[in-house]
Design a protein around this ligand. Structure first.
Ligand code: HEM
Length: 259
């Protein structure tokens, strides 16, 4: 316990905590993207994935709590380090001159981090808690049922959710900020963990940028494809309670099975 407190109190310890929690969050972002890309398969694929997560609380809840802990550690260590840096070098902030080699992404990490945090709150209300007031569609996502299994229709929910252009735009801006944050953050993580030297620094920076761009394209492809019409007919039928494969009666029969 004493050792943990000592690590937490030292600046280096906080840097490690920020880097390691950031690495965990980066892995989540990649895992979540891989899961979400199943949107480009048939609707049953992403629905099966969602049902699996919901029907295995022994996997879901530890993962959720772990994620929450990582987010908490990342934010608190970032805030404490920023406060310590400010206290140590007040003259730099009076001069308001940006360091010559600091990129825009590196200078706006706190701001992009704050916007990403608000995006996550919105995203949880939108798709996990399914608060009808924040989806602007007039549809309660909690009432979208997959005809065959009777479970939640995540595919239809994603299509309905992103068919509102300004919601999609908000997602695209937030994902863009997330990726600028990651592009700099991943490279900084190697630095904090002492894994970056002169030879590797440019390669790590390029690798981090390429990863950030690929992550952006992967996530952005989902709202963009919905705005271009993907899944529209399917979602309409689910919304009206008529099964795309004419098994509509199964919907009512199976209501309440999983939620
Ligand atoms: C096109 C982009 C995205 C789509 C389609 C999407 C889809 C979803 C869906 C469907 C859920 C609900 C899972 C469920 O409860 O059944 C979810 C949960 C979640 N998403 Fe996303 N997501 C996207 C982007 C993001 C991004 C960029 C982040 C991170 C910054 C993120 C973080 C989360 C988190 C933390 C949860 C809660 C996980 C849980 O505890 O259930 N998502 N997402």
């Amino acid at each position: 316990m004493n050792l943990l407190l000592q690590i937490w109190r030292s600046s280096l310890g906080k840097k490690y905590i920020m880097a390691l929690s950031g690495a965990g969050l980066f892995l989540f972002v990649i895992g979540h993207l891989v899961g979400n890309l199943q949107f480009f398969l048939e609707p049953a694929a992403i629905n099966r994935y969602g049902h699996f997560l919901k029907s295995t609380p022994e996997v879901l809840w530890p993962a959720r709590l772990g994620l929450l802990a990582l987010i908490g550690l990342h934010i608190v260590s970032a805030l404490r380090l920023t406060a310590e840096n400010k206290a140590a070098r007040p003259e730099q902030y009076q001069a308001k001159v940006a360091p010559k080699d600091a990129s825009l992404a590196s200078r706006t990490m706190a701001m992009s981090g704050a916007i990403i945090a608000s995006f996550i709150v919105y995203h949880l209300l939108h798709f996990t808690v399914q608060t009808p007031q924040v989806n602007f569609t007039g549809t309660d996502f909690d009432q979208l049922y997959e005809p065959n299994s009777g479970g939640a229709d995540i595919y239809a929910m994603i299509v309905c959710g992103f068919s509102v252009w300004y919601v999609s735009l908000f997602y695209l801006i937030s994902i863009g900020l997330l990726c600028t944050h990651l592009g700099h953050g991943v490279a900084a993580m190697f630095q904090s963990l002492g894994l970056r030297n002169h030879t590797w620094a440019p390669r790590i920076a390029t690798g981090a940028r390429v990863a950030a761009i690929l992550i952006f394209l992967g996530y952005a492809s989902i709202p963009v494809s919905v705005l271009l019409g993907r899944g529209k007919e399917y979602a309409k039928r689910i919304q009206s309670g008529v099964s795309p494969d004419k098994a509509g009666s199964a919907i009512k029969a199976a209501k309440g099975v999983e939620k």
